[in-house]
Design a protein around this ligand. Structure first.
Ligand SMILES: Cc1cc2nc3c(=O)[nH]c(=O)nc-3n(C[C@H](O)[C@H](O)[C@H](O)COP(=O)(O)OP(=O)(O)OC[C@H]3O[C@@H](n4cnc5c(N)ncnc54)[C@H](O)[C@@H]3O)c2cc1C
Length: 461
């Protein structure tokens, strides 16, 4: 059985069905896909949270090909820029760094050398226990941190930016450069699935269902049932959580193994009788909410796909203009912009309606384009995910829960276990498959062999 139908849960289910197992997949939300869920705009389908692939995302690329979608995976030149006050600085090629007039020439050179160093370095383990903020300041000076990389860390981790592990930062820079097969001076290309990554989700669901497996939405698992230290089944509710049926009737579904791909705190609540050490690892996890205000506009906002905003007062940190990546014709001629931020649970946006957030964002949208007018807005949506980004602090490596839990037959495969890379579709797919293989090997009484496979593999813990 698999709990959670994001790409991680679907990949696990696919692997189990390939081995001939009967799989039931339960998803709490109203749709399948998790963080890769989509919506319709102007007759086209698009992700609720912006998505692209890097060339280094080999597991995702391979799966797309295996599912017959390879011809629709497009590699597109990306346009990246940094906004400082009213000015926008393109960062399309490494040479743009030398033209980045917002910092001194010395800082530009230091930034370039630091990036080249991280690109070449493979032994990331040396950075465990170190903070990215300390490393960046020591290599690029105060200016390099405050004006360039500090804002990028704050973009993901908000008030926790100072604590972020150097390993996380290494992964970000190293893999980003790997997306430039022509070397660091080449232009970056990003991958996009024509018709949205929702098609990958659909293809995975179809492949799973073709084997007779079931995938049910609005079916939140409430408890994992355990007897004599091993899994015996799950209790599943009816209806989307928060929809007023949280304590209502439930059904018991027996099974002999469970792979949970849900956030750590939800998993902790679902399994009350966990051994204290493992429970403490789950309880120690901190997530940032991911929030995205998506706008459909009558006109383009900028000329950039990925625009990072460095001003401290700006309430969103990245503006991702999808239609500077693919054509607006895909969305009925409308221009789609995501205004994104990651924040703590107490932030105002957690309780707001989309229109309220838009109202608050208006003056800052005008910083990107002074001509912007409210009348350009044809549609507005607010998407949130409470487990958007685990906070990867400097001692993170000591706190990652193993996939195999102390309860026999119970496994965890969620985004907190992706390490040293940043979370992404690729790594959830890789992890889902790997944990399914671990469960299969355990079931075949090959625990020793599975242990070796689990610990030898980089990418997830
Ligand atoms: C803003 C944003 C932008 C991103 N951009 C990119 C990108 O450009 N490229 C990229 O590759 N990746 C990107 N990602 C990351 C990527 O989407 C995720 O890493 C990946 O989709 C996670 O998949 P998952 O299956 O591990 O988890 P999830 O997608 O979170 O799936 C977990 C599922 O479990 C369900 N669940 C929770 N509790 C229960 C319960 N009790 N019972 C049943 N089901 C339950 C949830 O509803 C959810 O559907 C982005 C993510 C965000 C938030």
């Amino acid at each position: 059985m698999v709990i959670g139908a994001g790409v991680g849960g679907l990949a696990a289910a696919l692997e189990l069905t390939k081995a001939g197992h009967k799989v039931s997949l339960f998803e709490a939300g109203p749709v399948l896909g998790g963080q890769v869920r989509t919506f319709e705009v102007g007759g086209g389908r698009i992700e609720s949270f912006y998505h692209h692939l890097f060339r280094s995302d080999t597991d995702a690329i391979e799966l797309i090909e295996q599912l017959g979608l390879g011809d629709d995976l497009e590699w597109i030149d990306s346009t990246v820029a940094l906004q400082v006050g009213e000015r926008r600085y393109p960062f399309v090629s490494a040479l743009d760094l030398l033209r980045f007039g917002a910092v001194s020439l010395l800082t530009r050179v230091r930034l370039g050398l630091a990036a080249l160093w991280l690109r070449r370095l493979k032994a990331w383990q040396r950075y465990e226990g170190q903070r990215a903020s300390d490393w960046i300041r020591s290599r690029t000076g105060r200016e390099g941190y405050e004006r360039v990389w500090g804002p990028l860390l704050r973009a993901k981790f908000g008030d926790h930016a100072e604590e972020v592990s150097m390993v996380w930062f290494w992964g970000k820079v190293h893999l980003r450069f790997a997306s430039r097969p022509g070397g660091p001076l080449a232009r970056e290309q990003l991958g996009y699935l024509r018709g949205s990554f929702g098609r990958l989700v659909d293809a995975m669901v179809e492949a799973v269902q073709a084997t007779g497996a079931t995938a049910e939405v609005a079916s939140p698992v409430r408890r994992v049932l355990v007897e004599d230290g091993r899994v015996t089944g799950v209790a599943v509710g009816f209806g989307v959580p928060g929809g007023g049926e949280d304590d209502g009737p439930e059904r018991i579904v027996p099974c002999d193994a469970v792979i949970a791909t849900i956030p750590s705190d939800a998993f902790r609540r679902m399994v009350p009788d966990l051994e204290a050490g493992y429970a403490a690892l789950l309880e120690g996890v901190q997530y940032q909410w991911a929030t995205v205000l998506a706008l459909a506009l009558a006109r383009p906002l900028s000329e950039t796909y990925w625009l990072t905003l460095t001003d401290d007062d700006c309430p969103f940190v990245v503006a991702v203009e999808q239609t500077n990546f693919v054509s607006p014709q895909r969305y009925g001629g409308q221009h789609i912009v995501y205004l994104s931020n990651y924040c703590d649970p107490g932030a105002p946006i957690i309780e707001e309606e989309a229109e309220q957030t838009l109202e608050r964002y208006l003056p800052y949208i005008r910083r990107i384009n002074p001509d912007f007018n409210r009348s350009w807005v044809r549609g507005v949506w607010l998407f949130r995910d409470r487990a958007g980004q685990p906070i990867v602090h400097e001692r993170y490596h000591e706190t990652i829960a193993p996939h195999r839990t102390p309860i026999e037959g119970l496994y965890l495969a969620n985004t907190t276990q992706i390490y040293p890379e940043d979370r992404g579709q690729n790594y959830s797919i890789r992890m889902g498959r790997r944990v399914a293989r671990l469960a299969l090997a355990d079931a075949a009484d090959g625990a020793g062999q599975a242990d070796a496979a689990d610990t030898a593999s980089a990418g997830t813990r």
